[in-house]
Design a protein around this ligand. Sequence first.
Ligand code: GLU
Length: 441
Amino acid sequence: MTITTRFAPSPTGYIHVGNLRTALFNHLIAKKAGGQFVLRLDDTDPDRSKQEYADAIQEDLEWLGLTWDRIERQSDRLDRYAEAADQLREKGRFYEAWETPTELDLKRKKQLNMGQPPVYDRAALKLSDGDRVTMRAERGAGVWRFLLDQQRIEWEDGILGPLSIDAASVSDPVLIRADGQVLYTLASVVDDIDMGITHVVRGSDHVTNTATQIQIMAALGHGHPAFAHHSLLTGPQGEALSKRLGTLSLRDLRAAGVEPMALLSLMARLGSSQPVVLAGSIAELADGFDLAQFGSAPTKFDENDLFPLTARVLQDRPYDAMAEEIAGLGVPDDIAPAFWDVARANITTRADLPGWWAVLRDGGTPLVDDEDRDFVAEAFAMLPELPYDGDSWGAWTGAVKEATGRKGKGLFMPLRKAVTGREKGPEMADVMRLLQKKPTL
Ligand code: GLU
């Protein structure tokens, strides 16, 4: 049996950190087992699904290196869903219902008032053939509901452990809308069967769906894949993340300079009992991945945690991997490797690189405290002419020390701030040897 997993986003928006967790877990399970990872676009809703989002999802996954072995689109498979619907009809597990949303709402309110669970009362099942003809004539086509078998549905969840859901507490799910649109639940079941999906990992908001899907699969004559439901992400304080997910799209994180391996390393461990370790590759993450280590409690996510990891990714990056980008900044070839060596320990994201290059090329905007004004002016008057080398800083500050009597931090800090315009940065000997211009005040 080939372990086959899938990531099944609906192309109705950009994918965010929450979706990424689902994609990553499924990808890692497949890769660890030498199996197959399917990207499935759940695009049965023609009004909300957009090609632009389908493209963006693929771009975002490619950026992260979460490539897929196969891509499938639900909109290509409508015939298969119609066949499955026929099968359910033949088996007496599918029935048409005509209640309007307002009527359903009223029913629910009544049930709640009487202290009953708001479960669909199956009134449509009690209609006679004649009633049905009348309904169709008066209201057009109805929705199609799957007739649940009202017993307990049980499965061993890969994260939540043994689960048991009473089907009597769940409404018969609508699988086809009145306008004929096939809904996610049916399409997903048919796809998971046809595509040989062996493991489904998704958010815990799908637990009830899983219960009904297990029954639909059985009604279609199939067993079900192994299911696991991961917790949902919250903000750092435990606050719901749902409203902020709009700003936590993968595109936003990418634009903010987050490095793929930083994001993947954090997401592969957050919410598990294993510590976050910066991995060098997806294969390494897959090796160490263990679904059983994840807990059911909501997982706190703080996007700020991505930046120290991003800085570490960059610090470890060899020059060759950055050569093109550095050349793009206009750094001359002969100093480009040295520039990267000096800059990489002093950046959080790639977006910090142009700033450091500008400091070396043009000099920083001098930062001079009032009490240092005379000292800095005197020191700058002693600056030698270009070219500088690795000894220039030592020679200059040695002469300034001699002339002014300043030493230690009182000597070095004002000069660092005046030359670079910054309080922190690389060793000044390195800065000086890479300077392209004599600093001025
Ligand atoms: N399109 C569904 C979603 O994004 C897929 C859920 C599933 O994995 O089955 O929620």
